[in-house]
Design a protein around this ligand. Structure first.
Ligand code: MN
Length: 302
């Protein structure tokens, strides 16, 4: 399988400038050298379009910088769909997590029954009504199940892109009340930190992937760096203590890479402006290296 690298240099889904520099930071941490190690089957497929800042300034505080998010996620959904249509595996680096609205819309057009492993400290399941901040990076999964702002739900075509049961959370530990209500009402599968401690990540990922086989024809990994413990990554906008270890994150990658139905991965929320040095991007590049190694050993990479 060929890998299509897609960068999404934007920050409009949350309030801290710097996630727009995420892809560049990961590239400077050695991403292209990593790609070279896995051969010429990895190409720079494209970069999502981003509006200039002056075009996204607005007064609406329940949906901040909506036009900017719509512009980038619409463009990204075309890129992702084109990559999958060409038989490629999209590997995305962001950018804040609102970009997943575009990723999911693009993948959905390529495969109707899509599932997702959402590696994150947060549920990202807010609507404009429930969101404490109005930041759209807290909303992509609500949008994916058809809730909230209609123009976001309609990126890549009208209607929900995922059923609630096609979502699996890994590492959840900071959930807003409205999100908790949706999780319970819709029966969304959650593996929190207690589950990970009690059962171990191997057992959880085995179960998660087996579960996704029942509810989806394909699945992808959405990896928010803030799912990791904040002692590992400092360049993230919304750190939450008591997170996932690097070793357990590698177990997640291994179980995804192992699977024939695994069709894309994205790494989001790298913000080099929030730390001295480039540590979070270096960790991200290392995780991508791990993922490619596991995929290659399962002959998913040529
Ligand atoms: Mn997130």
């Amino acid at each position: 399988m060929n890998i299509a690298y897609i960068s999404v240099p934007y920050w409009y889904g949350q309030g801290k400038r710097g996630t727009d520099l995420g892809p560049k930071a990961v590239e400077e941490a050695g991403l292209f050298e990593t790609f070279e190690r896995y051969g010429e089957s990895i190409e720079r497929f494209g970069e999502a379009a981003v509006l200039p800042e002056r075009a996204v300034w607005e007064e609406d505080t329940s949906l901040k910088r909506l036009e900017g998010v719509l512009h980038t996620t619409n463009d990204l959904h075309h890129l992702v769909r084109d990559a999958v249509d060409q038989g490629k595996f999209p590997l995305l680096v962001g950018g804040d997590h609102s970009m997943a609205i575009g990723t999911i819309a693009g993948l959905k057009q390529a495969t109707p029954r899509l599932g997702v492993i959402w590696f994150d400290a947060h549920a990202d399941l807010n609507t404009p009504d429930s969101s404490p901040s109005g930041n759209i990076h807290g909303m992509p999964l609500a949008v994916a199940i058809g809730e909230g702002e209609e123009r976001l739900v309609s990126v890549g075509g009208a209607g929900a892109k995922l059923l609630p049961e096609q979502i699996v959370y890994i590492g959840l530990r900071d959930v807003d009340p409205g999100e908790q209500q949706l999780i319970e009402e819709r029966g969304i599968r959650v593996y929190g930190m207690n589950d990970i401690r009690e059962r171990g990540m191997e057992a959880i990922m085995e179960e998660a992937v087996r579960y996704l086989e029942e509810v989806a024809d394909h699945f992808y990994l959405s990896f928010d760096l803030d799912g990791l413990d904040p002692s590992i990554v400092q360049g993230i906008g919304t750190p939450v203590a008591d997170g996932i270890s690097l070793e357990d994150a590698q177990v997640v990658l291994k179980h995804c890479a192992d699977h024939a139905r695994f069709i894309a991965a994205e790494f989001v929320e790298v913000n080099p402006l929030l730390e001295e040095g480039n540590g979070t991007a270096i960790v991200t590049n290392g995780l991508i290296d791990n993922l490619l190694e596991y995929m290659q050993s399962h002959r998913l990479v040529k």
